[in-house]
Design a protein around this ligand. Structure first.
Ligand code: ADP
Length: 489
């Protein structure tokens, strides 16, 4: 494995300022911060560092566009058509957007181009089709009354997203908000602001009215916190760490904002002895190593039934050892760098802890090269439930293998975590599959597959992995209020 980098291809960086009320403006403070290429550790561009005053301007613009502007009053079908047009514009520019995403985030170009961008575009199209299908119901109540409900947009949505799937997270948040008729103040992650800013420009070009989408780049405790506290913002949709969600919960208490959270996980991926072992090994490999292991739903606890442990591990290890780590712009690269120094340091410290706690590192465990935040695909075997590599979200290419020989005990152990985002089971026994799906406390359960996402299928967490759901009809409803109207006849 090597991390030799070819020259970074020509990627055009156009948008680096705050996007407020349809205009590109510097931060009021004049401050900027660097966004870094994680493959080279070099600065890509200086970005406007938004803070309280910039968020205030964005919130006022979004409020105005919602209360008096054309958006919430627009015919729903026309609103849908504009969302379709944004999706089309992104599709026309798919190669440029993919390169921008790879430059800023470090994920392999073939993933940006063939996974993230198509999913983002599909999500916008899915919700575009919903814009004119949001309706309430008529309710038979006592007496001579007509009673019905209306589903109305929640208002101004504050949206705070992470760096692991920048453009996809923006689409997951914009799609339902726009379809519902909400306006938006988005704060992208400080590590990866570029594609979200580009999307804002494309939204402007297709004619989404000024003030409907506002983007304020900056840091969490400043710009993010200002979004959370702003009295003109009605809702926060947040994706990130549960600790940040706890801060947001506290800081949004004064304004009692509606909250939806999609947080971390320590998802169990369970392989029974009767499973198709090749498929299960591939599922465990993809389920953890996809996106450099930087997935909230990563299958980071792989439980394998004891009698197939050796055969399974051999297959999994072979896959990990053949994984091509390196230049994210190279066609054959499967794994790029981690997003930044902080994530790299955190992952390396967990690898150290795993070794010290007595787990066996069967492959990987080292940095790749000496420039860029590249980490070898790493597998720990002989992992015990209480080791920190089995309890903590590492958010990197570090997979823990645990064994079981009793189903009841395994289900108990799979659930023995404060997270509950995702889970998977590999078996040919349909009863076992259904039983596991029913008993595991997680928002998504995959059976004989992993990481199958669709804009129509709700996604979110039990327990400390989140509140509410994104995607599907539930994701849309999270951007609406229900109003009951009763008329005396
Ligand atoms: P990660 O470890 O994935 O960066 P975070 O929860 O720290 O997870 O970050 C996710 C997003 O939340 C980023 O956009 C970040 O800037 C933002 N953020 C971090 N801290 C706060 C905060 N106190 N208030 C609001 N947003 C925050």
């Amino acid at each position: 494995m090597s991390a030799t980098l070819s020259a970074v291809p020509d990627v055009h960086i156009r948008e680096t300022e705050c996007f407020i009320d349809g205009k590109w403006v510097p931060a009021v403070s004049g401050k900027t911060f660097a966004t870094i290429n994680p493959a080279t550790e070099k600065e890509i561009a200086q970005i406007a560092e938004g803070d309280r005053e910039d968020v205030d301007a964005a919130a006022k613009a979004a409020r105005h566009a919602f209360d008096t502007g054309p958006w919430s009053k627009m015919d729903a079908r026309d609103r849908g058509r504009l969302i379709y047009q944004l999706a089309d514009r992104m599709e026309n520019e798919i190669d440029d957007l993919a390169r921008l995403e790879t430059l800023d985030n470090g994920k392999p170009l073939k993933d940006s181009r063939n996974v993230d961008l198509p999913l983002a575009i599909d999500c916008l199209r899915y919700y575009a089709g919903y814009a004119d299908k949001i309706h309430g119901s008529t309710i038979p109540i006592r007496g001579n009354h007509l009673c019905y409900t209306r589903r109305e947009p929640i208002g101004v949505a504050g949206q705070i997203i992470p760096w692991n799937f920048p453009i996809l997270m923006a689409a997951w948040k914009w799609g339902p908000a726009l379809a519902a008729g909400c306006t938006i103040v988005m704060k992208p992650a400080e590590q990866t602001p570029l594609t979200c800013l580009r999307m804002a420009q494309l939204a402007k070009e297709v004619g989404i009215p000024d003030g409907v989408i506002n983007v304020v780049p900056g840091f969490g405790p400043t710009a993010g916190a200002a979004v959370v506290k702003h009295p003109l913002i009605d809702k926060i949709a947040f994706t990130g760490e549960h600790r940040t969600a706890q801060i947001i919960t506290r800081e949004s208490a004064d304004t009692l904002k509606r909250l939806t959270f999609e947080l971390g996980g320590k998802s169990p991926n369970v392989i029974f002895a009767d499973a198709d072992l090749d498929a299960a090994a591939m599922g465990a490999y993809i389920g953890l190593f996809l996106n450099q292991g930087q997935c909230c739903c990563a299958g980071s606890r792989v439980f394998v039934e004891k009698k197939q442990h050796d055969a399974f591990l051999e297959k999994l290890q072979r896959l990990a050892e053949n994984r091509k780590v390196g230049d994210p712009f190279a066609e054959d690269t499967e794994q790029g760098p981690q997003v930044d120094q902080a994530q790299f340091d955190k992952i390396m410290s967990y690898i150290d802890k795993g070794r010290h706690e007595g787990a066996k590192c069967v492959t990987g465990g080292e940095r790749v090269g000496d420039k860029g935040y590249f980490v070898e695909p790493t597998i720990f075997d002989n992992v015990q439930d209480d080791m920190s590599i089995a309890t903590d979200e590492i958010f990197g290419p570090v997979l823990s293998v645990l064994t079981f020989d009793d189903k009841e005990d395994m289900i108990h152990r799979a659930n023995n975590t404060f997270y509950g985002l995702a889970a998977a089971v590999w078996t040919r026994d349909i009863s076992v599959a259904h039983e596991f799906a029913a008993r595991v406390r997680a928002g998504t359960v995959w059976v004989n597959c992993y990481d199958v996402f669709d804009a129509a299928a709700p996604f979110g967490g039990f327990k400390m992995s989140g509140y509410g759901r994104e995607l599907g009809e539930e994701g849309l409803k999270a951007y609406t209020e229900s109003k009951t109207v009763t008329i005396a006849l």
